[in-house]
Design a binder for this molecule. Structure first.
Ligand SMILES: [Zn+2]
Ligand SMILES: [Zn+2]
Length: 246
């Protein structure tokens, strides 16, 4: 009951699990996005590094990292992907976040401008082999609110290879909820765009609660979404020649 951001909008109803898998398998991921230099960039190439880097802003408590890694890692392992999550060896993203804050034209001072941030991330030298970097996705953990949507606890997207988790000091979130949010955003990072409800219907899956529902109410990701992620990455593997599965 969702579509992927990639490719054309599918038919409303898929008559079988097979049709759904075939659709996910055929989605083209090669869509360029705008960088902070005004140019279009193939940010999707982050997948070739098979790496997700975690960046904790200095004022975020360090123990938040383990819950966020747990959420991402749980989904990656369930899909079966061979993607590394690196925290300690990551480059700093403090300057990028500062720039995305400074230029924020939001209602509240100090909020993170998501659009500015992703334009900075897609041109960062650490992702670019020409500057000695290597392709990867960035996970930013910040104490800021994201834009003016104070209800937003996370944001992520495959095309920009980014994920933000927002942990403001005046909004306490229990550890198990941080794990659920992180897993949900990892679903977006890995290719899911829409939520579990209810833009399309796939016949053949039992109805169940799903982590990809708005607000990530449960930890479990439904089989329909696990399938769309698996078959999307199998399609990437086929088209790129890179092995993404363990
Ligand atoms: Zn689902
Ligand atoms: Zn979401």
């Amino acid at each position: 009951m969702h579509r992927l951001i990639l490719g054309k909008r599918p038919d409303k109803i898929f008559n079988s699990v097979e049709a759904w898998r075939k659709f996910a398998n055929s989605l083209d991921h090669r869509i360029k996005v705008l960088g902070n230099d005004g140019q279009s960039h193939p940010a999707y190439e982050w997948v070739n590094g098979k790496e997700i880097q975690i960046h904790r802003m200095p004022d975020v408590p360090e123990d938040a990292v383990e819950y966020i890694v747990e959420g991402i890692d749980g989904l990656i392992r369930q899909i079966g992907l061979d993607v590394n999550i690196n925290y300690s060896n990551s480059h700093s993203s403090v300057e990028e976040v500062r720039k995305a804050t400074e230029c924020s034209d939001t209602l509240y001072d100090g909020t993170l401008d998501r659009d500015k941030l992703v334009r900075l991330l897609v041109v960062e030298s650490w992702r670019n082999p020409i500057y000695g970097g290597r392709p990867h996705a960035d996970v930013i953990i910040t104490s800021q609110y994201i834009n003016w949507f104070t209800s937003n606890r996370g944001s992520a997207g495959f095309l920009h290879g980014y994920m933000v988790i927002s942990l403001p000091k005046d909004r306490q979130i229990p550890p198990e909820e941080i794990v659920r949010i992180s897993r949900h955003e990892a679903g977006h990072l890995l290719g899911l765009y829409e939520h579990h409800y209810p833009s399309i219907t796939v016949k053949g899956y039992d109805p169940t609660s799903c982590n990809m529902e708005d607000g990530a109410p449960v930890l479990n990701t439904c089989n329909m979404h696990l399938d769309s992620l698996r078959f999307f990455w199998l399609g990437l593997q086929k088209r790129t020649g890179v092995t993404f599965f363990k």
